[in-house]
Design a protein around this ligand. Structure first.
Ligand code: PXG
Ligand code: PLP
Length: 443
């Protein structure tokens, strides 16, 4: 990284309406990243920062991995674009085969899209269409979970359970409902890994079925570990119970693995780690190491075959994106999967898990902290809010961490941590050392 590309001080930052950002706050002290390599960023002043957020939960194999970089470069010069409507290119088919070989048994058909939000919309639409074609047109209700995050499309915010992401947009999908979340601090504060208490919370689905009537619910969508809602780890037995209740009620179970996919919990998917196979699985982010946008929905051959019944010339699913199976994204995904495999990154993630857990829980003494949670290489801690000033502590920690040479992700007063899977033990210690420094400075 050369670090010699200082921003023209006259260049205006006015026009870019930044996503999920306090725009006025940002413009007061802009922080601009210009280069990255491995677990490090470099900012426009040439300062090096450790990336304790893996981009935004996506750069699992480290930034600018040479293998991914050259795959994208080569692909850009060979085939920039080919439509996936009525045509195709071989590498997209090969990628789908490859994913179906890696995914839990029974998830062997792949629909491509360009983001996690699109993967959620796609899965919800497949669920509705599937019930309809099987003669259950009354199954239209979609059930999410309180504190769930499923992206920002209208489908995703409707099943999503984060109030701040919904309130500004009062028109949402009709006929949604939500399971309770699983974070009950009185029973599980400072749990390491999966809390022992709470499997019964999945039985709330029975109440929703009783409330809305049998044969009205199409699908339940949950993140195996809720990510944006604050790393809420499923209680032991909870996902198994939810799977069992969905099957009993004829409801499709969708796992949103946009964050938990591709090694974040030490296996390719949370479905593997927790031993529970959903009917549909959403993924994105780590699929391409964040280098080119891509998402996907995995489904079973049986479900796919149910769609293959009508007239041969009829389009079986009226859904798709201009960039479904985009050649650059496809190339990035192949290279990323090569890296995961050849560098054994999922096993490496598992080998870091204990150190990650010990250091994370060791932060308890550094600042007023009300809870700490972790699984795989995902962790979070809740800072005690400054009275009357929600998010103040979180933002201050973000600023102090940046000064200490560390990029972290805060949302409100919750800090979420996810080191790249390529992080080495000494580097992980360095991340935590800087974080301790920032926690002390911000409290
Ligand atoms: N589902 C889940 C479970 C996600 O975590 C999405 C869907 C949407 O993906 P796209 O690619 O449309 O953003 C996500 C995205 C954070 C954070 O800091 C998390 C996400 C995105 C941005 C920030 O928690 N998750
Ligand atoms: N808006 C317009 C006017 C379009 O023509 C299209 C696609 O052709 C879209 C939106 C959808 O774009 P995408 O397929 O990239 O999601």
């Amino acid at each position: 990284m050369a670090g010699d590309n200082e921003r023209n001080p006259d260049a205006s930052l006015d026009a870019f309406w930044m996503p999920f950002t306090a725009n006025r706050w940002f413009r007061k002290t802009p922080r601009l990243i210009t280069e990255a390599s491995g677990i490090r960023y470099r900012d426009e002043r040439g300062r090096e920062l450790l990336d304790f957020a893996s981009g935004l939960w996506c750069v699992n194999a480290g930034h600018c991995h040479p293998r991914v970089v050259s795959a994208i470069q080569e692909q850009a010069a060979k085939l920039d674009y080919a439509m996936s409507f009525q045509l195709g290119h071989p590498e997209a088919f090969r990628l789908a085969e490859r994913l179906s070989g890696l995914a839990p048994k029974g998830l062997d058909r792949v629909f491509f899209c360009n983001s996690g939000s699109e993967s959620v919309d796609t899965a919800l639409k497949i669920a509705l269409a599937w019930h309809r074609l099987r003669g259950h047109a009354g199954r239209t209700r979609l059930v999410g979970r309180v504190r769930g995050y499923h992206g920002v499309g209208f489908g995703g915010i409707s099943v999503g359970g984060i109030g701040n992401n919904r309130r500004q947009f009062p028109v949402q999908l009709p006929g949604t409902d939500h399971l309770p979340h699983t974070h009950v601090p009185a029973e599980m504060a400072f749990s390491r890994g999966q809390p022992e208490w709470g499997a019964h919370l999945a039985d709330a689905l029975d109440d929703l079925v009783a409330l809305h009537g049998p044969d009205t619910i199409a699908a339940v969508i949950v993140e195996p570990v809720a990510g944006s809602g604050g790393v809420l780890v499923p209680p032991v037995g909870y996902l198994e119970r939810l799977r069992e209740r969905c099957t009993a009620h004829g409801i499709l179970l969708i796992f949103d693995e946009v964050i938990t996919g591709f090694g974040r919990v030490g296996q390719i998917f949370g479905a593997e780690r927790f031993g529970v196979v959903p009917d549909l699985l959403c993924c994105a982010k780590g699929l391409t190491n964040g280098a080119v946008p891509m998402g996907a929905v995995l489904a079973s051959k049986g479900l796919f075959d149910d769609f293959m019944q009508g007239p041969e010339l009829a389009i079986e699913l009226a859904h798709g994106y201009t960039y479904s199976g985009h050649p650059l994204a496809t190339a990035a995904a192949h290279a990323t999967l090569d890296v995961y495999e050849e560098e054994g990154l999922f096993a490496h993630a598992r080998s870091l898990e204990q150190q990650f857990e010990d250091r994370l829980h060791g932060l308890k003494q550094c600042a007023p902290i009300t809870d700490i949670r972790n699984i795989g290489l995902m962790g979070a801690l809740d800072l005690e809010p400054v009275p009357g000033e929600p998010a103040r502590r979180g933002i201050t920690l973000f600023e102090r961490a940046f000064e200490a040479g560390l990029v972290v992700r805060t949302a409100g007063d919750t800090l979420a941590l996810c080191p790249p899977l390529v992080t080495q033990p000494d580097e992980l210690d360095m991340m935590f050392d800087r974080l301790e420094q920032a926690l002390v400075a911000s409290s």
